[in-house]
Design a protein. Sequence first.
Length: 218
Amino acid sequence: MSATQGITATGLTVAYGELVAVADVSLRVPPGFVLAVSGPSGAGKSSLLWALAGAIAPRSGTVELDGVPVVDRPGAAKQGVVLVPQGNGLARVLTARENLELPLLAEGKKDVDRVIDEALKAVGLEESGDHLVEELSGGEQQRVAVARGLSQQGRVVLADESTSELDSTNRERVLELLRREADRGAAVIVATHDPTVAEAADGHATMDEGHLSWQRHL
């Protein structure tokens, strides 16, 4: 198998009891491409991303990154799978900078201060690094979460509704940054309600009741 095949799901099914959230989904996103996954709330977009990130164990099917199985969240993180969760997932009692710092230190990254400075500047929050998350607006918190994802320089970036609370200027900024991640060589998947985001992606799939349909193939 190619060492650069990207992230692949094969026959992926995620269920919570009797509720099937992801129904036999297969897809592959190669490095350098952005896939948008759209659909109504409850369609299974978040469950798909969380399963790809190793944060949810599928009922059946497999996830692989460059041919290596993704089996759990700690292992996926080591493989370079970055998840930017819906609702931002930030620690509200920490500063913006500290939220970026913790995963970088845990991964043993070097030059952490510079990386954090660059990521915060990229999302337009270079002056807000020392503010507690709870002091920031919803849109600013969302941008901090994006900055945290960017700072990890992942091989795969999974962004769950990462533009939902942003104005048009910052939405364009985040889209440009996700495109930059793909240009760097990451495989990027964005779950979104926003037709503008879907239009800007290289490929577009929709989900409905857990089933994935291609609108525009990669």
